[in-house]
Design a binder for this molecule. Sequence first.
Ligand SMILES: [Ca+2]
Ligand SMILES: [Ca+2]
Ligand SMILES: [Ca+2]
Length: 368
Amino acid sequence: MNFILSRAACLLGVCAFILGAPPQARALDRTNEVFKIFQFPADQIPRIDGDTNDWNMVPESYVIGTDQLVEDFGKHQVTDASTPKIRLKVGWVKGLNRLYFLYEADDDYWDFSEPGLHNDTFELVVDGDLSGGPLIEKFSPAKPLIGQWETYFTLHGTQAQNYHIFTPSAGKDWCMAWGPAQWTKELPYANAAQKYDFKPGEPGHYVLEFWITPFDYAGAEGPQRAVESVLKENKLIGMSFALIDYDDVRSGDTNNGFWNLSRHHTMYGQADQLCGFKLMPLEPALQKKLAAQWSFQVVDMDRRLVAFKDLSVGEIKSWHWDFGDGETSTDANPIHTYKNPDHYVVVLEVEGPAGKSRRAKVWDVAVK
Ligand SMILES: [Ca+2]
Ligand SMILES: [Ca+2]
Ligand SMILES: [Ca+2]
């Protein structure tokens, strides 16, 4: 009996081993936390100029501070006086595949006179579709098969991206987009502006405002074959960052500290070790009480069959569609067949406790 039980336990053990942890626990670090990405209204997109005023609307609950970081070389306590004190805000805009950042930091020694990697650095890693997996050549399982440089030029940074952002950057590009896809750090895929008034070796306050475009695929060959990560409300993406603090130009390549949001030092090259960031809806105070909006899709052009989709915001009690051909519907999401080829003026009117709202689209809906 005991033998049978232990066999059963063993089999269960094997089974548990094969099934492993739930996928979300394996794909990310700090799985009991979700960091928030603030949604800016489309008419209040931050201007990349180093002026922080356009970020004042971001609530404090979105701020990531030094207290969230881990010093993973054990050199310092996070409260150490030489630790850069940071405040990071991350934002997005519905309809744009861009991640906006406001990075503010105070450091006792800003180290940025050298042209190379020796520079106070904000290292950002993004995996826009939670694919996970190794993102740098060093960790790629392909490396023993195809060699270091073939791996670098075909795989490094393709499915998750690492930006070594120089804080400040003086006499050098604002960042190293780690890998061969250097086009990802330029417009129209990224933009950055910084503000500071200290010299190398001095203490001071640093402000960096930037945005990047995350990619499901970003190759060495250029943007023509790239696939942007589609940013959608409530979507979870993988992201982490590290502060690489240099406090003395004479110390060569050795940094003074390496602080991580992820608990894993190797998050810089392992997308499974990133943290979950959620693309948040608009804060309630910024939401319209009622606004009609809709989209459509021609389901079958031969039959002039069009599906309409309500995208209105706010509490809605009734819908009224005018299809522009004399016919109407009170469904939320009607399907309509047009009798004649034409382009139509289609109007949706919604009504709720906050009143009425109308959205017309002129000639968008056309059938032949
Ligand atoms: Ca600004
Ligand atoms: Ca990815
Ligand atoms: Ca420093």
